[in-house]
Ligand binder design. Sequence first.
Ligand code: MG
Length: 159
Amino acid sequence: MGNLMPRESYSNIFDISLDYLINDIHIKGLIFDFDGTLRRNKTVSIDTLNFLKKAHSKGLKLSLLSNNPYVSKTILKVLNIPTTKKFACKPLKKPFLDMAKKMNLKPEEIAVIGNNRLSDIWGANRANMYSIYIQNLNGYMFKRKIEDRLKDLGIKHIK
Ligand SMILES: [Mg+2]
């Protein structure tokens, strides 16, 4: 299952070194996942917007690929980021390669940043893009906390 292995792994996007990607890996564009990556705990933070602005100001082309068709209009408007209008069909290779075309970049010049090993990391690796996994531990711990509390109340399953 080597295809599920990311090239880099962080607990949030702010730990990503843009300079390393640009200067050492020769990355020219970033494809972001939305839910759990840019939007966390149901909001897109100012820090996230600033990170995107910083990436943009360093000359990186930005785009968004989400299986959720209702991505934040704020992000798209503020940064003029392209995305697909509908369900992106990750982890199929095609949406990644189509986006590369749209960005006018080769797959190997693109880093995919996402919190799902299957749809984001597997898809990126198969499309021959550089994969960066965001381990959403906050969300995970939060869910665990709620589950523990519900268990105390005698409720066993939540989805
Ligand atoms: Mg996600």
